[in-house]
Write a new protein. Structure first.
Length: 397
């Protein structure tokens, strides 16, 4: 078996891999960078797969790849799945090859939670949604079939339902909440959010969990918990991800909800780091958490890359999260949980700020169509100990 050496080895070829390679190059112009990816595409911008590629004619496919290898010289090995990390030997096994490293970054993200479904269509009529290939397959289905069921009312399911209906597909969205978005938005806002989908023609099946289903070459049948059945020509699910931390766990690294890293994004063994969806890190303002969002992937990837190359800097960025549907863009920092107490501050019918309070302390800020205010939201969280509810209304404009 041959062993290939890289000064910097990144396991995972997603958004973190791209910014980490760029972060390495900010410090070290020459060190060799290897990226092992089980994907068939080089790193690309994932958020576009459920948004702009469907809704913005000017956003064409050439804007999706991130240009990682061209810009950084990284050697990207596609369709190469890492199967074991041996930290003492500084080695990683992948398929029938071994790679040795000076510094290693784990950036394996997560895998979509599967829909409980018997798929006899060989993936032709049933898919989850994470990769560029998933996008291409859904795009082809959107052209070829009449009716598509979307399962999951989180941001991926919502974005996909909006994307499909805006491309002329008869769309049914199945979600477990009473109203779409009611797990994160206050009740009135969730009603308005769901109305956007109904007005656009999406059929909403609320309060329903898919318990089983079948897919074959003719279509899909989904059974719901209450005994009802939904039929469609195809189904796409957005049920969240399972963190891909198994490699790290098997290698003996400390893993809880994700790979445990310190403020410099170092894992519990020497010369190994983790970043992005797979990493549990100590956020400066919000405490230890794992974040499944692109701003974190970009910023943490860059910080990890710099630290791999010797910068030894703490990651102090508190990430924001965003989503966009039907011309509305919302952003958030911190925890969004509608079971918390909320203070709403609407600037007009379409623009507003929602503060989420836990025990009278602000823990999350939602910016609804309010631009350029992420830093203001971060300062609210930074000052949470001293702010009273009266300080909140009018604070962000
Ligand atoms: C459709 C979609 C839309 C999104 N939209 C938004 C949005 O609007 N706003 C937002 O904030 N966030 C959004 N996100 C989330 C954001 O894209 C992720 O947070 C980000 O991609 C995480 O980057 P990552 O590098 O940690 O993981 P990923 O980008 O998932 O990359 C992980 C990589 O690791 C590879 N891999 C895994 N295991 C192995 C292994 N053993 N060997 C080799 N390779 C392996 C995978 O194939 C993949 O290439 C969206 C995600 C998706 C899927």
């Amino acid at each position: 078996m041959t062993t290939t050496h890289f000064d910097y080895l990144i396991v995972g070829g997603g958004m973190v891999a791209d910014t980490a390679a760029r972060g390495i190059r900010e410090i070290d112009a020459d060190g060799s960078i290897g990226i092992l990816s089980d994907d068939i595409d080089e790193p690309y911008t994932r958020p576009a797969l459920s948004k702009k590629l469907w809704t913005d004619e000017e956003f064409t496919w050439d804007k999706v790849p991130l240009g990682t290898s061209g810009d950084t010289g990284a050697d990207i090995r596609l369709q190469t799945r890492a199967t074991a990390i041996r930290p003492d030997e500084h080695e990683v096994d992948a398929d029938d090859q071994t790679f040795s490293y000076g510094k290693l970054l784990i950036a394996t993200g997560g895998k979509p939670v599967p829909l409980p479904l018997e798929d006899r269509s060989n993936g032709e009529r049933a898919l989850s949604f994470r990769t560029a290939e998933d996008y291409r397959r859904l795009r082809a289905l959107a052209k070829d079939v009449g009716r598509i069921a979307v399962v999951g009312g989180g941001y991926i399911g919502s974005e996909l339902a909006a994307a499909l209906v805006q491309n002329g597909v008869d769309t049914v969205l199945i979600h477990t909440g009473s109203v779409l978005g009611d797990a994160v938005f206050p009740a009135g806002l969730a009603e308005r959010f769901e109305k956007l989908f109904r007005d656009a023609g999406v059929e909403i099946v609320a309060g329903s969990r898919v318990t089983q289903g079948e897919a074959d070459a003719d279509g899909v049948r989904l059974s719901l918990e209450n005994g009802d059945e939904v039929r469609a020509d195809a189904v796409v699910s957005g049920l969240g991800i399972e963190v891909a931390a198994d490699l790290a766990e098997k290698a003996g690294l400390t893993v809880g909800d994700g790979v445990h890293v310190d403020a410099q994004l170092r894992a519990s063994v020497d010369d190994v780091y983790a970043a992005g969806d797979v990493a549990s890190y100590p956020d400066r303002l919000l405490g230890r958490r794992r974040v499944e969002h692109v701003d974190n992937a970009n910023e943490q990837g860059r910080a990890a890359g710099r630290n791999l190359a010797g910068a030894a800097e703490a990651y102090t960025h508190t990430p924001y999260y965003y989503s966009a549907v039907f011309g509305i863009r919302y952003e958030a920092v911190g925890t969004l949980d509608s079971s918390l107490e909320t203070v709403e501050d609407w600037l007009d019918a379409e623009r507003g700020v929602v503060y989420y309070l836990d025990d009278d302390r602000v823990v999350g800020v939602l910016l609804w169509n309010v631009e350029e205010s992420r830093d203001a939201a971060r300062s609210v969280l930074a000052e949470a100990d001293t702010l009273t509810r009266d300080d909140l209304v009018g604070r962000i404009r």
